[in-house]
Design a protein around this ligand. Structure first.
Ligand code: SAH
Ligand code: SF4
Length: 409
């Protein structure tokens, strides 16, 4: 979908990436589309619909990639499917472990573009940080991803594929035989309790609202009760402020919203978050006030990166409070210590400064926790993502891949 007032510079691939063997990859397709493909391949409409529903369940709810494992589909039907279709995954180029338990994967699309996803385990939750684009067109001055030259939108399959890969890696697919397609509960004893992957944040590489349709279609599969079945309350989409798409995001996706505010004056925000020159602060805050579904129970998160002598004064903190109150926003503030990367022109504010800033906002009755940086040692923290392929030589990548294999046994 074109974004009003903007010529979208990013090519969006078709929903089905052509494969050399002529088979069609079903990953990322909705029920209806799967049924249409089955019908086009020769099944009658009724059979196509039923098979579509069954395959959808195995694909997204069970994480099955082999048609042979789909036990409620007739034995003779399974080779017929396998001749025409596949269920793929993004290719893993490299996976890295941080000393704090954070994991980062370098992934590759079928046409050779590399992107990253990050898993952040905590005591009470596990958060997957998902990418929406290869690179980003927006060039925020403190963000490493913004310096990547190559940009392409990820397809729904490449986006939902990240969540599915994470479940593969964490061994989190429900076990047991199929309980019947109409049951919400399956007999595998699968529940949200004790799950490693509990939350998703669209905070990896790219601006998700510049790839709206694909992000929406992927998140629909994640939220579908017969799909990955994750509640929209456990999903957060972060935007740098693509104002015209925010209301659509609330209406058509309905997930929690995070906004990369980072500055409270036009001058500073124009400089560090350049999209501000197109959609200014007032417009952005009004769009937050109008965000469908925002309430005191479901607050909007304002992300604020702490940059030394740039946006971190007492005055900045007080202006932030004033703006939140002026627009009557149900808001919380997330203070992010700046994560450095080679060539960055900023420094992180001192811990005392961050504490003082947090206290001012907190004393005004607004929650303002400081986010603990995670996975800095493997460049997995906020704003550090830039595909390793652009930093490492091929030989280094091969060596790391070998080490990974050895470590996995
Ligand atoms: N493009 C989206 C989502 C991805 S970035 C957005 O900008 O909101 C996820 C968060 O990390 C954003 O708030 C972003 O501003 C922040 N970030 C980017 N670079 C950073 C850095 N070097 N240190 C700390 N946070 C950073
Ligand atoms: Fe893009 Fe977000 Fe990085 Fe800005 S902060 S360059 S919008 S990924």
């Amino acid at each position: 979908m074109p974004i009003p007032g903007l010529v979208d510079p990013v090519p969006t691939p078709r929903d089905i990436t052509p494969r050399e063997d002529g088979r069609v990859d079903l990953l990322g397709l909705p029920r209806q589309r799967i049924a249409e493909l089955f019908e086009a391949a020769g099944l009658d409409a009724k059979a196509a619909k039923l098979r579509g529903k069954q395959v959808f369940h195995w694909l997204y709810h069970r994480g099955v990639t082999d048609f042979e494992a789909m036990t409620d589909i007739a034995k003779t039907m399974r080779p017929w499917l396998a001749e025409r279709f596949v269920i793929g995954r993004p290719e893993v180029v490299l996976s890295q472990h941080s000393s704090d338990g954070t994991r980062k994967w370098l992934l590759k699309t079928a046409d050779g573009h590399e992107f990253e996803m990050v898993f952040i385990p905590d005591a009470d939750r596990g958060t997957l940080c998902v990418s929406s684009q290869v690179g980003c067109t927006l060039n925020c001055r403190f963000c490493h991803t913004g310096t990547m030259r190559l940009v392409r939108n990820l397809t729904p399959g490449e986006i939902v594929g990240q969540v599915m890969l994470a479940r593969d890696a964490l061994g989190e697919w429900p076990k047991g035989s199929m309980a019947g397609l109409d049951d919400d509960e399956d007999e595998g004893g699968y529940s949200a309790d004790g799950r490693l992957l509990t939350n998703i944040v669209m905070m990896g590489m790219g601006e998700p609202l510049y790839n709206f349709d694909n992000v929406r279609d992927a998140l629909k599969l994640v939220m579908d009760g017969d799909g990955l079945a994750l509640s929209k309350r456990r999903i957060t989409l972060s935007t740098s402020g693509v104002v015209p798409m925010m209301v659509k995001c609330g209406e058509e996706i309905g997930v929690n919203l995070a906004v990369s505010l980072h500055a409270v004056s036009k001058d500073v925000r124009d400089e560090i978050v350049p999209i501000n020159r197109k959609y200014g602060l007032e417009e952005l805050l009004q769009a937050c006030a109008d965000y469908p579904g925002a309430s005191n129970a479901r607050r909007i998160t304002f992300e604020y990166v702490m940059l030394k002598d740039k946006n971190d004064s007492d005055e900045d903190a007080r202006e932030l409070v004033r703006l939140i109150k002026q627009f009557k926003l149900p808001a919380k503030v997330n203070l992010i210590p700046f994560n450095p990367w080679p060539g960055a022109i900023y420094e992180c504010s001192s811990p005392e400064r961050i504490k003082r800033f947090s206290d001012i906002v907190f004393e005004a009755g607004i929650s303002a926790p400081v986010r603990t940086p995670r996975g800095r040692d493997i460049d997995a923290a906020c704003g550090q993502l830039k595909t390793a392929a652009q930093k490492l030589s091929r030989a280094e990548l091969d060596r790391l891949a070998e080490e990974k294999q050895a470590a996995l046994g």
